[in-house]
Design a protein around this ligand. Structure first.
Ligand code: GZL
Length: 307
């Protein structure tokens, strides 16, 4: 399904490279911007022509973009799915045209997993577990927690919700007194935290945010309420973006569990194999390692951070 690369005078343009259609969720925050840069740079380095579609945080935009890439007859597709479900029909179209699909970052829940070749991303369930383990250690297992959830229906939201609860379980003295979506966005995280503070005020010991952007928003709300984030209220979040390290250095964030967005190189390593037909031993899921970072070690680490 190679696109016709020769131009009118017969010389081959830059389209001599294999063409990949990349459907991104949108640009909801710092993590997503780093993810997009990583994919673009890796495509360039690996000698691909990348056609970029910004889903602008709507699944229907992503589905339209996928259909369009199939119609263009691209050589391969990379999809970062906004939410887990609703992909079967459009992925069926790609399969009919023999266009391989690589799922990147978030996961899809499809009836037939031959609709995609492989999934590459971070273990977001384990990130929820790591956040809870850190919290139990930090609080001695006694705390009232408010939770800022990510985008409803997105695999990191579902996984971080479950991973956290599976570790705190029933027996521990950790009680989740409120839980609401801030849609992974700083502004919404601030808004929801303002509401939590109005309703629960001094009862809140901890904020568990499914990503750093919302934690940064919560920090602003806590300061506006005249409280000290990081001390009066403990904050633990996920991603490990630069703003989180800066907040930890300022003492306003206590812990961030890294979720590595630099997934571009792995994606194109896999795409090379897929397009040359050697996917024999390629696993269906390829997970990236994550680390936990705390306020105490943020200063010595911040300069080595790559995103
Ligand atoms: C996680 C990724 C999430 C980040 C958020 O793999 O999909 O989306 O944690 C981003 O910051 O919005």
């Amino acid at each position: 399904s190679k696109s016709d690369s020769s131009s009118a005078d017969g010389s081959s343009g830059e389209n001599d490279k294999p063409v990949i259609g990349f459907v991104q969720t949108g640009s909801e925050g710092d993590w997503r911007k780093a993810h997009t840069v990583s994919v673009r740079e890796a495509a360039e380095a690996a000698g691909y022509e990348l056609r970029f579609a910004d889903g602008q945080a709507k699944q229907e935009n992503q589905i339209k973009a996928l259909s369009s890439f199939v119609a263009q007859g691209v050589d391969g597709i990379i999809l970062a799915p906004l939410v887990e479900t609703g992909w079967d029909n459009v992925l069926e179209k790609a399969k009919k045209r023999n266009i391989p699909v690589l799922i990147l970052d978030r996961q899809v829940d499809v009836k037939d997993d031959s609709l995609f070749v492989t999934y590459i991303g971070a273990d977001t369930y384990n990130e929820g577990r790591l956040a809870a383990e850190w919290l139990i250690e930090k609080t001695g297992g006694k705390a009232k927690v408010v939770e800022l959830q990510g985008t409803p229906g997105a695999s990191p939201t579902i996984n971080r919700y479950n991973g956290f609860r599976d570790v705190i379980g029933e027996e521990s003295g950790i009680e989740i007194i409120a839980s609401q979506s801030g849609d992974f966005r700083r502004s919404k995280g601030k808004e929801v935290m303002e509401a939590f503070l109005k309703k629960h005020g001094d009862e809140i010991d901890v904020v568990y945010a499914h990503n750093d952007d919302m934690a940064i928003g919560a920090i602003q709300a806590i300061e506006d309420a005249g409280k000290k984030p990081g001390d009066d209220i403990i904050l633990v979040s996920i991603d490990g973006v630069r703003a989180a390290f800066e907040a930890m250095v300022e003492g306003k964030l206590n812990c961030t569990v890294e979720c590595n967005p630099l997934q571009g190189p792995m994606a194109f390593e896999a795409m090379d194999k897929i397009l040359s037909g050697d996917i024999g031993d390629m696993p269906k899921k390829q997970m990236i390692k994550d680390e936990v970072y705390e306020r105490e070690n943020a200063k010595e680490v911040i300069d080595s951070r790559k995103y």
